[in-house]
Each structure stands twice: as C-alpha cells, then as structure tokens.
Ligand binder design. Structure first.
Ligand SMILES: NC(=O)c1ccc[n+]([C@@H]2O[C@H](COP(=O)([O-])OP(=O)(O)OC[C@H]3O[C@@H](n4cnc5c(N)ncnc54)[C@H](O)[C@@H]3O)[C@@H](O)[C@H]2O)c1
Length: 387
C-alpha cells in the first residue's frame, strides 16, 4: 500500500452487514485509487467481537461503542447494528466529530430519523460527512439505469414497478429474531426490504414519492422464542412470542411528477430468496433491473424501428459502465459484495473530496416518512396518505 492519508474506521456491530462492510473496507482501497486509506481499526460488539476482528482483518476489537467513539484516533464510525441503536450511535458519533456511515433503514421512527438528520446537518457545517447504506444503488447496473433515465433515454416516465421478494419466513418454526420485533426493527418487510425498493426507485428515476396507499399484513403472528441465531433465522425453543411487525407490505405510490408506482415487499414469496426487481416504463423506452441477474440491465428502445423492437439484455460489465473500469475485463462478472466496496469507495471520496455523500441522512428521513405513511395508510383502510 502506498503511504497515504489514513482514516481509521470503527465498525459497530459484527453480524451479516459486519461481514459485508468488512469486505468493502478491505477491498475498496486495493481496487480504487482513494485519496485516503481506510484503516480497519476496531470492530465493536457486545460479545464475540474478538473473533470477528481476527476473521475479517480488523486490528482490534472492543465491547463498548461509547468508549470507541470517544477515542481521538477514530475518524469514521460505521454502524451495522439493528435499527433500534442507529440514532443513539450516529448522533453520538456525529457530535464527537466522526464521519458516519449508517446502515438502512436510517432509524426505527420518523422522530429518530429527524434527530439524526439534524445532527448530520449540524456536523456537516464542521466538515463531517454522513451517509446511509443503500448498497443496491452502488451496483453498476442500477447506477447505469439511473444514468439512462437522466440522459432522457426513457423519455417521460409513465409508470414504476418495484418488488423485493424473500421467503425465509414461510416456515412457521423460524424463530422470533430481531427483524420480527418492532422495538428492535421498527417495521418488518416494509422497512427491511421495502426501504430498498423505495430508495432504488427514487434513485433510478430522480422522482420522489409524495403519497402512498397501502396495506401491511402479518401472516404468522406467533413464533418460537429465539434460542440461537443462524443467518437471518435461527433455532427456536418451545415457548412462543408475538410477531409485532409486518410480513408483507403492498402499496401504491405517487411521485412528485404525478407518476404512479407499485410496490411489494414480502418475506412470504415462496421460492424467492432475494429477488429485487425494478421496472420503469417511459414514452421512449423502458428498463428492468433484477438483482438475481445483477450484472445485466434490460433496456427497451421504443424509438427503434418496429421490427427491431424488443428488450435488449445489456451486460453491464464494460469499462465504460459505472465502477467497472477498476475491476475485471468485460464479461467477468461482479457479485453482491462488490457494492460494499463501491460504498466504501464513495464514502471515502465524499470524506476526502467534499463530493456530496448520497444517500444522505435527509434522504433516509424521506424514506422513513414513506414507511410511516404506508403504515398510517394501512391503519386507515388503505387511504391515500401524504408524505
Ligand atoms: N444494505 C443491505 O443490503 C443490508 C442487508 C442486511 C441488513 N442491512 C441492515 O444492516 C443492519 C444490521 O443488520 P444485520 O443483518 O447485519 O444484523 P445482524 O443481526 O446480522 O447483526 C447485527 C449486529 O449488531 C449487534 N448489535 C445489536 N444491537 C446492538 C447494540 N445495541 N449495540 C452494539 N451492537 C449491537 C449484534 O450483536 C450483531 O453483531 C440493519 O440496519 C439492517 O437493516 C442492510
């Protein structure tokens, strides 16, 4: 590694996203020319962080995030805990002058998201950067989709369709993990995966949702209490507890342009493991992104001669495509984890270059308001609800 400015990172949390973010911090400076080297200094966990530090390549581990945030040698705080602790950790870190990268959804409530956004705006006046981790924005194909829309290749947008389908809750024996408890997760499929398609649809189209009408539903209302975690689920005991979040969220949204979008977020789509899909239809063309085929983007050119019209599958692996020039030759494929390297790269660029960090906490607050509006609509006979 060339001798460069260094930015020491403290990562709070060491589960699924802990592994993914570690990969991002480790790999980004080796493939992208960054103006500062992120140093994987300390991973923080209430228990077991030592083993994670060893496994993922952090220099040290700690058990108390408050002590770590108080350290002068920490520049960046990376929050990869469940939503119930995002506000407290992020606000403390920003007030201590640390740059903050926080996982989505920004918070568990609109009030928390507002407090975090206010803290981020105060910190920004002192040059402190904050960013939210909607990683699906950072895939070459989704960024390219955004570029095509911005270049006018779709013409006027007429409609948006977005779905995020998983099936890990179809088994009633899947225990009551934190994602099923409102006080820890804020909401269920809505905030966990619905937040991604809200953000991604807005990112690709440049439009913002201004009202929604929807329904949320809990299909299995009681589950075994958790005994041990494994992946998203785990093993449960004989006692049961109440599921206090939605399993499924279905809603229609209207964007600031007047365009309608349709959204489905569910953990009950049997056979669908992690199927995120966004389709945008316009006057001159259409595009479709499917996470299960993440190196590709489908594009339909409605201005082509009629006999030549049809969806074209573009392999988004050319050096001209976003992020690709720093990876492999054309056609050599990227995976889920590359988006986390792109996230680390974009965050370091924002810290060192003053480029705006996106999505910002204010963007996260707007998504949080959409989530709250869907819940309010559901509680009010699915009435249209303004955001
Ligand atoms: N960007 C994405 O695609 C994506 C994917 C999955 C999860 N997420 C988000 O990442 C966050 C973490 O999810 P995950 O799947 O990694 O969860 P996880 O359960 O795998 O890991 C959570 C970690 O946080 C720790 N933790 C919990 N509460 C804590 C507290 N109060 N203080 C300190 N540590 C605490 C746990 O011990 C664990 O190490 C959530 O906000 C989730 O929505 C984002």
């Amino acid at each position: 590694m060339p001798d460069k400015n260094r930015l020491s990172v403290a990562m709070i949390g060491h589960g699924f996203m802990g592994a993914a973010h570690s990969q991002g911090w480790r790999v980004a400076p080796r493939f992208f020319d960054l103006d500062a080297l992120p140093v994987m200094q300390v991973v923080v966990g209430r228990t077991g962080a030592e083993a994670s530090a060893e496994k993922w390549g952090w220099q040290e581990s700690a058990s108390d995030w408050r002590e770590v945030i108080a350290r002068d040698d920490i520049d960046i705080v990376d929050i990869v805990t469940p939503g119930d602790s995002h506000a407290e950790i992020a606000i403390a870190a920003l007030e201590a002058g640390k740059h903050v990268l926080c996982e989505k959804p920004l918070a568990n409530t609109v009030a928390e998201a507002e407090a975090m956004t206010a803290a981020a705006e105060r910190a920004a006046e002192k040059g402190v950067v904050s960013m939210l981790g909607h990683t699906y924005r950072r895939l070459p194909a989704t960024t390219f989709a955004r570029d095509l829309v911005a270049a006018g290749r779709l013409g006027d947008i007429h409609q948006v369709r977005a779905s995020y389908l998983q099936d890990w809750l179809t088994d009633p024996e899947t225990p009551l993990v934190w994602r099923l408890q409102k006080e820890l997760a804020g909401s269920g499929a809505l905030g966990d995966i619905g937040a991604h398609i809200i953000d991604l649809s807005q990112f690709i189209t440049g439009m913002r949702l201004t009202s929604v009408a929807g329904t949320v539903e809990t299909i299995i209302r009681e589950r075994p209490l958790l005994e041990s975690t494994s992946g998203l689920g785990g093993t449960g005991g004989t006692e049961k507890g109440a599921v206090t979040v939605d399993d499924v969220a279905l809603f229609t949204g209207r964007y600031d342009s007047g365009v309608l979008g349709i959204f489905e977020a569910t953990r009950f789509a049997t056979g669908r493991k992690n199927a995120l899909r966004v389709e945008v239809s316009g006057s001159k063309g259409a595009l479709a992104f499917d996470l299960e085929d993440l190196n590709s983007l489908e594009f339909y050119d409605a201005t082509a001669d009629p006999e030549m019209q049809g969806f074209t599958k573009i392999l988004v692996t050319e050096p001209q495509h976003p992020y690709i020039a720093n990876w492999w030759p054309a056609g050599h494929m990227l995976g889920y984890e590359h988006a986390f390297s792109h996230q680390a790269k974009d965050f370091i660029d924002a810290v060192t270059g003053g480029t705006p960090a996106a999505p910002s906490f204010a963007d996260g607050l707007q998504v949080q308001r959409v989530l709250a509006a869907v819940e309010a609509s559901s509680a009010n006979a699915s009435a249209w609800t303004t955001i």
